[in-house]
Design a protein around this ligand. Structure first.
Ligand code: ZN
Length: 258
């Protein structure tokens, strides 16, 4: 009897680390980052392209994001129409950022093209720079078109007055990674995070995280929104840094709405 319980205990003990490993692997697979990458050190942005073959665009791509926006081509651009609806709050710490997953049916239109809002998430500091200036944070609204292409709206966040919408999000965020926190009694509308003026810069680019796929129509709004220093600090207490450095334009021209 004693021997048996010894074996059971030993087996249980030995299998513990393996089952832990398996669980965390499955967890990260689920959120699309099966291989470890980070914003600093050994697995930082300058090494993303070497982590695995699928990430090769991160070092060999010629339409990468983010970019520094300075010289632009001022032209008449279609205005963006936003049709965002209220959705129950679904918020997740995916290990790289705080992301809010959006319910079906909210869309934007640009010209005759329509894209559906999938999620929005944050970066610290901003990924895009305007005339060399970086902002404390940036939010990305990720939309998908019928052709599989993404339209991402980037909104720069500057230090100013406290933001009520951010307050609601931060009240429900968690340090625990990989678990969606569904808060059914809290309804949100992403349009509350948009500035009134939605004039924008536009260029063709990529995902700013591995696999750095070059499938994104970028629209960076010219007008930032305000958040308080305490709100910026709260995010930074979970993610010290979550921004990829500026990528070369390789001849791309950024368009700016007049
Ligand atoms: Zn992003």
């Amino acid at each position: 009897m004693k021997i048996l319980s010894y074996i059971v205990l030993t087996t249980a003990f030995l299998s513990l680390p393996f089952s832990f490993a398996a669980t965390s692997f499955a967890k990260s697979e689920e959120h699309g980052h099966s291989i470890h990458w980070s914003y600093e050190g050994e697995y930082g942005p300058e090494h993303w392209g070497d982590i695995k073959d699928d990430y090769s665009k991160c070092k060999g791509g010629e339409s990468q994001s983010p970019v520094g926006i300075a010289l632009t081509d001022k032209v008449k651009l279609d205005s963006i129409c936003f049709n965002y609806y209220e959705t129950p709050l679904k918020i997740i710490n995916n290990g790289h950022t705080i992301q809010v997953n959006y319910g079906r049916g909210s869309t934007i239109c640009i010209g005759n093209k329509q894209y559906e809002l999938l999620q929005f998430h944050f970066h610290n500091p901003s990924e895009h720079k305007i005339n060399g200036q970086s902002y404390p944070m940036e939010v990305h609204f990720v939309h998908k078109g019928e052709d599989g292409k993404l339209a991402v709206i980037g909104v720069l966040m500057e230090e100013g007055k406290s933001n009520e919408f951010i307050k609601t999000l931060w009240n429900n965020l968690t340090k625990e990674e990989g678990k969606v926190n569904t808060v059914t009694d809290v309804k949100i509308n992403a349009s509350q995070l948009l500035p009134k003026n939605t004039a924008y810069y536009k260029y063709d680019g990529s995902l700013t995280t591995p696999p750095c796929s070059e499938i994104v129509n970028w629209h960076v709004l010219k007008t930032p929104i305000e958040v308080s220093k305490a709100q910026i600090d709260r995010f930074a207490s979970i993610f010290k840094k979550s921004a990829r450095p500026i990528q070369p334009l390789h001849g791309r021209v950024v368009k700016e709405s007049e």
